[in-house]
Write a protein of this length. Structure first.
Lengths: 240, 135
C-alpha cells in the first residue's frame, strides 16, 4: 500500500457502544454531508455494535433471506435497504462494526486498496487471538476456510467513503443460517469464539481492532463522545 | 493500481474533477469515466444509470457503479437531459474497465449550457490534477 510518507489522518474516534442500525446510518449520512460541505474538518471512525438487524446492499434482494417477515417481526429484527456495496448481511450483538468515514479523494488510496486494507485489519485482529483468517480474491471479506468471519461493504459519495466492515467476535451465528450471506450459497458464518472454542472478551477484540485500524489506515484517533459529534453536526443544521 | 503513465487518456474528450469525461458528437455530449477512475474502482460488476428523459444539473448524481463491495456515485460533468444510456452495460459492466472511452460509455446528454463543456479540463490539465493527487 502507498501513502507511506503522508502524515496520519486526523480522525474523530466515536465509540457509542450498541447503536440502533438506522440511527447509525442517519449519523453516517450526516457526517458525509458535513465533511463534503467542509463543516467537519476531519475524518470520523465509528466503532460500535448493532442490535440484531439484516441489511441489504444496493443490489441485494430479499431472495437471499430464507425466513418470513413474520418470523423476523416476532423477534423484533428489522430488514433495512442501504446504499453500500454487497448483498445481504446480519449485524447483532457480539459483532464489531467499523465505519471509517474517510476522504479517499486526494489520497493515494484507491477503492481496491481500501477494501484490501479493511481485510488486513480483520486478518490482523484474528491473528492476535490465534485465528488464521484469509482473503478470497473472488469473494472479498475474511474467511476461515469457507466460513465468513468478517464482511465488507462500502459506499463512496463525493469522494468520501462510508459504511465499512463487520467482524464476528462472539456473535450468535444462528441468524446467518437464515440467509445466504453476501448472496453466496454453500458458505457459512463463523466467529472468533467458534474458531477458538472458548469465550472471547469483546472488549479485548475491540481494542485489537482499534490498534490495527490506527496502523493500517494510518489514523490518529481522537476519542470523541457521540453527543459532542452530534452537536458539531447540529450546528450546521442551524445554518441551513 | 497502475501508475498514471500506464493509463490511457483520450485526447478528444474533456474531463471533470470527479473523473467523468465528455465527448461532443454534434450537439450531443457522450459521458463516461476515465481510465484512472476505472482503475481506482477495480472490477465493475454493476452500473446503475438514469432513465432517458431525466434531467440533471451539473454535478448532480446520475447513477452508481458497483465494484467489488463498493458502490460509488457518478456525477454529471455537464447538466442536461438524458438522451440515451448504454444498455450494453447491463449485461457487460466490465466494458467500463476494458474500454472506458469507447464501448464503456455511460450516458448521452443534451447539454443545457454548452459553456459547461468548454470549462472542463483538457487532457493535460486533467493529468496535472492526477499527478497532484498522487503526491
Amino acid at each position: 500500500m502507498a501513502a507511506v510518507a503522508k502524515p496520519p489522518r486526523q480522525c474523530l474516534f466515536v465509540t457509542p457502544g450498541c447503536l440502533e442500525y438506522r440511527r447509525a446510518l442517519a449519523l453516517q449520512r450526516r457526517i458525509v454531508d458535513a465533511r463534503w460541505h467542509g463543516q467537519l474538518d476531519r475524518d470520523v471512525l465509528l466503532l460500535l455494535e448493532h442490535p440484531a438487524v439484516f441489511t441489504l446492499g444496493r443490489r441485494g434482494g430479499r431472495d437471499n433471506l430464507g425466513v418470513s417477515r413474520d418470523f423476523l417481526d416476532q423477534r423484533g429484527i428489522a430488514v433495512v435497504h442501504v446504499e453500500r456495496g454487497g448483498d445481504i448481511t446480519y449485524h447483532g450483538p457480539g459483532q464489531i462494526v467499523g465505519y471509517p468515514i474517510i476522504t479517499l479523494r486526494g489520497s493515494p488510496l484507491s477503492v481496491t486498496d481500501y477494501v484490501t486494507a479493511l481485510e488486513e485489519i480483520m486478518i490482523r485482529t484474528a491473528a492476535d487471538f490465534g485465528v488464521a483468517a484469509a482473503r478470497d480474491p473472488r469473494n472479498r471479506g475474511v474467511w476461515v476456510e469457507n466460513c465468513k468471519l468478517g464482511s465488507i461493504g462500502i459506499s463512496i459519495r463525493r469522494g468520501i467513503s462510508f459504511h465499512g466492515f463487520a467482524f464476528n467476535v462472539n456473535t450468535d451465528l444462528a441468524p446467518f443460517g437464515w440467509i445466504n450471506p453476501c448472496g453466496l450459497r454453500g458458505v457459512g458464518a463463523t466467529s472468533l469464539e467458534r474458531e477458538l472454542g472458548a469465550p472471547v472478551c469483546l472488549e479485548a477484540a475491540f481494542d485489537a481492532v482499534s490498534v490495527h485500524l490506527r496502523q493500517v489506515l494510518r489514523m490518529e484517533l481522537a476519542p470523541t463522545g457521540i453527543r459532542e459529534l452530534e452537536e458539531r453536526l447540529q450546528d450546521r443544521h442551524d445554518h441551513l | 493500481m497502475k501508475e498514471i503513465s500506464e493509463l490511457q487518456f483520450a485526447e478528444d474528450v474533456r474531463y471533470a474533477e470527479d473523473h467523468e469525461w465528455v465527448r461532443m458528437e454534434g450537439d450531443t455530449a457522450v459521458v463516461g469515466i476515465s481510465d484512472y477512475a476505472q482503475d481506482q474502482l477495480g472490477d465493475i460488476v454493476f452500473v446503475e444509470l438514469p432513465a432517458e428523459g431525466d434531467t440533471f444539473a451539473q454535478k448532480d448524481e446520475f447513477g452508481t457503479v458497483e465494484s467489488v463491495k463498493a458502490v460509488s456515485e457518478l456525477y454529471m460533468p455537464i447538466g442536461g437531459e438524458i438522451l440515451a444510456v448504454n444498455e450494453n452495460l447491463e449485461e457487460h459492466p466490465e466494458l467500463v474497465n476494458s474500454a472506458p472511452y469507447t464501448d464503456g460509455w455511460l450516458i448521452k446528454v443534451k447539454p443545457s449550457d454548452p459553456a459547461q463543456y468548454e470549462a472542463l479540463m483538457d487532457r493535460d490539465t486533467y493529468l496535472e490534477m492526477l499527478k497532484g493527487l498522487q503526491e
